[in-house]
Design a protein around this ligand. Sequence first.
Ligand code: PHB
Length: 399
Amino acid sequence: MPERTQVGIVGCGPAGLFLAHLLHRAGIEAVILENRTREAVEGTIRAGVLEHWVTELMRELGLGERMAREGHFHSGITLQYGLNRFHLDMEGLTGGKRVTVYAQHEVLHDLIAGRLADGGTIHFGVSGTAFHDVESDAPRISFRHADGRADELLCDYVIGADGFHGPARQAIPAAMRREYTKTYPFGWLGILARAPISWPELIYARHEDGFALLSTRSPQIQRMYIQCDPKDDIANWPDERIWSALHRRLETAGGTEGAWRLAEGTIFQKGIIPLRSFVCETMRHGRLFLAGDAAHIVPPTGAKGLNLAVADVLILSRALEDAIRHNRTDGLDAYPATALRRIWKAERFSWMMTTMLHRNDAETPFEHRIRMADLDFLASSRNAQAALAENYVGLPFES
Ligand code: PHB
């Protein structure tokens, strides 16, 4: 017998899990299908910054206990360029909002545990996931369980929260999809190192060698990134080369050369990711709805990816609740337009942070000077800082 549920969700990332929790709170059943194993989902290193309201939402959902203990609450960030270093006081500029540095895989760990404790179903390790009859009132998802058994999930609505490479977006006919892409000529080399905290907040640095970011995971584990060629091979980056690049880019900016030293440690994870911006505006096809990376990608410079995924499903959960419990579908009809207003603002912010902070040899000397003027303006204008802070801590929701 095929399984039946109200909302079938493909993807056990931030979008799928937050949606399942929000629907459960509204008394609506959902089942999640995930092609990776639980260990792989909980072990994949991704983003780390939660906007103010996401932290509040975790608390409201009863999922904030470990985050309150182990997360780091940051009230500002440090920006560096040339010889300049300045502190951007987010809390002061936004009337008291902060961000939380708490790794995405820790968020997923807490959400999965909460879902299972609530009696929710997550099928891990499935394969061959395919959407069917999404234009009808009875959409279905076919898949194979981890043990190879073929099965089907019969639903009222189906959600593609399956990431950029998942099958959901492809289930919308290509001719109907409106998509926008920008690829950047650089990538990020990210490391995790067992090392002490070097600086009390995140540092975003523009250096003539390229961008660098200092972040953290815990008092013992630090996360750092350097701009690199997206096609570079990680084998070209032995640990000494990474440390030397981090020292140069983080210490020489700031005008404090010699005064402040980045603490080194043991690198235990490293990898290169490309930077890209992408939006698929066709976020709905019949009873299939896209959320999170399935519909949009941002470069990590603005720390918006996870937050945007959660914003999508907050909007979508309210619309599904109206449709399923109150027979009103106007919220679902408006979902793409409502979500896209927020998505494009996050795309704009992430693109702006990326272009302002990276070295780009494809730019003209004129454009280069404009970037430096952007940073000079930001360093000296409270209004410019307030605009950055407002975006960084998370824009308000439309009521
Ligand atoms: C991270 O800690 O992984 C991180 C922090 C800030 C960003 C991107 C990534 O903008």
